[in-house]
Design a protein around this ligand. Structure first.
Ligand code: SF4
Length: 350
């Protein structure tokens, strides 16, 4: 998939932009002042495949805690700034690798200039964002059809401000809770700028409600080559956000991983085994495998092997027998109860 051409922006130990993998990120969801809980959550996120993490710093106590957190973790930390230039500067001096700023919330241009100077001195990145809610605040009667153009106009004015100060270590974002508008505005930004882009829906909802809109918005844009870092916002566990984000990347072949990929047939009237339970056992087996394999669990020997022809190894079972296929060719027939053991042996050989 051809990525849109961008500049490269450094965020601590990682780089964002077309020449680098798309990074999945999230936010911590414990009090920032609870340093131990934050560090614990960041380590869980790292284990799940999170590339950078944003931390809210609404008070001075939070920016002090951020400095302690930065010292204890290796993942780049992004400070989430809302209204205060003082918090932005404290966060940068405390070691944030990037700050997220909506210049519309920091009214005084002199404050923005101070933040830019500080970011430049510390060689950190700034994510400049607009969101639809702030556009509505500006003009309460703006119809939905005009919001995309207004968001782009607003973002252009912010970017000009940064560029006038000679600061180009920027990541751009435009957030909306609306799937179609998120796609439209990000396409417009991609056409207007060469800065890396952060994708995501705001206030996407409970996991079961957020999954589809986020996947459609983020997936559509990524499939068009747009987007360099993504965040799936859900009202729930941030580790789940990372799992969903990685699944979106995986489905588009954008995930850089050594992890195996498991596909499972959807089952139908031909199925003679408990595919779900077999798939769960195979998933358990794959949890300790560090190879980028494609493993398939199929429900029958009629169509299954053909459907799994692309898999490194496919398994299926029927009438007490377990069947193993390698790249679509049958390589072994075992007792059904020994199927997992046989699969483990084949995986070892790969
Ligand atoms: S693999 Fe077999 S059981 Fe599974 S969906 Fe295809 S035909 Fe149905």
């Amino acid at each position: 998939m051809k990525r849109r051409k961008t500049k490269t922006v450094t965020v601590g130990s990682i780089k964002l932009g077309a020449k680098h993998p798309v990074v999945v990120q999230t936010m911590t969801k414990v009090f920032t002042t609870d340093v131990d809980a934050c560090v614990r959550q960041i380590r869980q996120l790292e284990a799940a495949g999170c590339g950078m993490v944003r931390i809210a710093v609404p008070t001075k106590a939070d920016t002090e805690a951020l400095a302690k957190i930065v010292a204890k973790v290796t993942m780049p930390i992004v400070a989430d700034i809302h209204f205060s230039a003082a918090r932005a500067i404290e966060a940068i001096e405390g070691g944030a690798a990037k700050i997220r700023l909506n210049p519309g919330n920091v009214k005084d241009p002199k404050d923005i200039k101070r933040i830019i100077d500080c970011a430049r001195a510390h060689k950190i990145a700034i994510r400049v964002g607009v969101n639809e809610a702030s556009i509505r605040d500006l003009k309460s009667d703006v119809p939905a059809s005009q919001r995309t153009a207004l968001m782009l106009k607003e973002l252009k004015s912010y970017v000009r401000l940064f560029e006038k100060c000679g600061f180009e270590n920027l990541v751009l974002s435009a957030k909306s809770a609306d799937t179609v508008r998120t796609i439209e505005v990000n396409r417009a930004i991609a056409a207007a700028f060469e800065y890396p882009m952060h994708l995501g829906l705001t206030h996407a909802g409970l996991p079961e409600d957020a999954l589809v809109p986020s996947s459609v918005a983020i997936g559509t844009l990524l499939a068009e080559g747009i987007g360099d870092t993504i965040r799936v916002s859900i009202a729930g566990d941030p580790v789940q956000e990372i799992h969903i984000g990685r699944a979106i990347l995986r489905s588009l072949g954008l995930e850089q991983t050594q992890r195996p990929q498991l596909v499972v047939c959807p089952t139908c009237g031909r199925c003679r085994i408990d595919v779900v339970s077999l798939a769960k056992k195979v998933k358990g087996l794959l949890a300790n495998v560090d190879k980028p394999l494609h493993i398939a669990v199929m429900g029958c020997v009629v169509n299954g092997p053909g459907e799994a022809a692309d898999a490194d190894i496919a398994v299926c079972a029927a009438e007490g027998k377990g069947y193993l296929y390698k790249n679509g060719k049958k390589i072994a027939v075992v007792e059904e109860k020994n199927l997992l053991k046989a699969l483990a042996k084949e995986i070892e050989k790969l």
